[in-house]
Design a protein around this ligand. Structure first.
Ligand SMILES: C[S@@+](CC[C@H](N)C(=O)[O-])C[C@H]1O[C@@H](n2cnc3c(N)ncnc32)[C@H](O)[C@@H]1O
Length: 279
């Protein structure tokens, strides 16, 4: 268990700058961090924040336990037809300069949001879920809740497997499992359709179900889940509702108030349905 510096901050929303507040947390005390930073001026917040994403990755590396995981939900803005590459820069600098390892880059396909839609561009309807881990491997990985029905359930699979040298190998016939693991494109309805008016007072939230899926996958009951830019408190509410400890940090007093109210009122796991492709 973490020592006092982190323990005294458990299960609280802390109003402040995450760089200062993170510096006050103990080394190797956090099991899972899940957050979405403001990026490329895409949303109009109460203030224009600035922070160094590499310094943030460095602090998170220090406070994360061996085998701990950090998940960043992020996308790229567009200026004069060119993508900013903010997400790519973050991933490369965190791995090359800090030592994080990239477990996966999942595509979060947003449903129900028209997004940026101009005549000369595609309609942007995705963000990235960058999943980093520290050490040899993630210490927790549970995917029971991420299983989806297999399209060919009940059939007998009796084809051939392709070998690395290009040849074919006949496989022993076997029944197709009724369930298979979700792939690397995760589709969710946006927060707009959750019907949570309190949460909607914040301009840029991620879906409860997305936070719930990540928390159940990469942490266990009793673990400490951190969101250093917690906005309306989505990560904290989902962590608490699944018997994890949480630490939320948020610079805006107004958003801290929303997070506090959500924690007082929302005690159910996410009910929202997740929609998937490729099943
Ligand atoms: C994309 S929002 C997070 C929304 C959150 N995931 C949710 O579902 O409600 C990013 C948040 O980061 C906060 N923020 C920006 N700079 C910060 C800093 N240096 N320290 C703490 N919070 C910061 C903003 O006020 C904003 O609420």
């Amino acid at each position: 268990m973490a020592d006092d510096l982190t323990l005294t901050r458990l299960n609280r929303i802390i109003q402040g700058d995450c760089m200062e507040e993170l510096a006050a947390l103990s080394d190797e005390s956090i099991d899972l961090t899940l957050f979405s930073p403001p990026y490329d001026g895409i949303r109009d917040y109460k203030k224009n924040w600035s922070f160094d994403i590499v310094e943030l990755g460095d602090q998170l590396y220090r406070v994360t336990k061996d085998g701990g995981v950090v998940v960043v939900i992020i996308g790229d803005g567009t200026r004069q037809f060119a993508k900013s590459l903010t997400s790519f820069r973050l991933a490369v600098s965190w791995v090359d300069e800090i030592g994080w390892k990239l477990f996966e880059c999942v595509i979060y396909h947003r449903d129900g949001n028209p997004g940026a839609w101009w005549n000369q561009r595609f309609r942007v309807d995705h963000e990235y879920v960058l999943i980093f881990f520290k050490g040899e491997r993630p210490k927790t990985f549970q995917k029971d809740h991420l299983m989806v029905p297999s399209k060919h359930a009940g059939k007998i699979y009796s084809g051939t497997d392709r070998l690395t040298n290009g040849g074919f190998k006949r496989i022993t016939p076997k029944a197709v499992n009724p369930l298979k693991c979700r792939g690397t494109v995760w589709r969710y309805a946006t927060s707009n359709t959750e019907g949570n008016r309190l949460k909607l007072q914040h301009p840029a939230t991620f879906p409860d179900k997305l936070a719930e899926d990540i928390i159940l996958c990469f942490s266990q009951p009793g673990d400490i889940v951190l969101d250093p830019m917690c906005g309306s408190g989505t990560t904290c509410v989902m962590a608490r509702n699944h018997q994890r400890h949480f630490i939320g940090i948020e610079i805006s007093p107004e958003y801290c108030e929303i997070a506090g109210k959500r924690l007082a009122m929302e005690h159910q796991p996410a009910e929202q349905q997740t929609l998937f492709y490729g099943i």
